[in-house]
Design a protein around this ligand. Structure first.
Ligand SMILES: [Cu+2]
Length: 163
């Protein structure tokens, strides 16, 4: 083997090693892109491939109180997941109002639903069950109540703010 061909073969091997290194580096780069969590600005996708799940607000009903786990939420689609933690049937209403939670107009021992803006409703359901209702809420003041006769006056009401 001549000196010239020896030099050429060493250059060839050096270029070959460099090329392999570049391919490996590129492959690692692709791998990182595929496995990382979505970068800022990207929309996370849930397991079903749908749009992100709505914000859920857990609420408990009991004799006689409405107990939201949070009393404030961001505007948008909210799902109220309402568990009847009491011993008797209750229902659930979301009312848009600037009135205080204990100042809604009543008639016949119930909030007069004809005089308020009811934006979400779960019909009366039994103790131990949980029912959901989803609603798109604008920023503002709301009151969460049970409107079974007598229950609002007995204390089943809670203020809720959307901002
Ligand atoms: Cu009730």
């Amino acid at each position: 083997m001549s000196i010239l061909s020896l030099v050429r073969s060493r250059i060839f091997i050096a270029l070959l090693v460099l090329g392999v290194a570049l391919v490996v580096a590129a492959a690692c780069g692709d791998d990182d892109d595929g496995d990382e969590a979505p970068a800022a600005g990207e929309t996370p996708i849930n397991a079903a491939g749908d749009t992100p799940a709505a914000t859920t607000v857990d609420v408990g009903l009991e004799e006689f109180a409405v107990n939201p786990a949070q009393d404030i939420a961001d505007a948008g689609t909210l799902t109220f997941s309402v568990s009847n933690d009491g011993a008797i049937p209750h229902n659930f209403l979301v009312i848009r109002t600037d009135l205080a939670s204990d100042a809604l107009p009543t008639a016949d021992a119930q909030v007069d639903e004809g005089q308020v803006d009811v934006v979400a409703f779960i019909p009366e359901y039994g103790a131990g069950d949980t029912e959901d209702v989803s609603v798109d809420l604008e920023p503002g003041s709301y009151v969460l109540i049970c409107n079974v006769a007598g229950h609002y006056d007995s204390g089943m009401r809670a203020g809720f703010t959307v901002e």
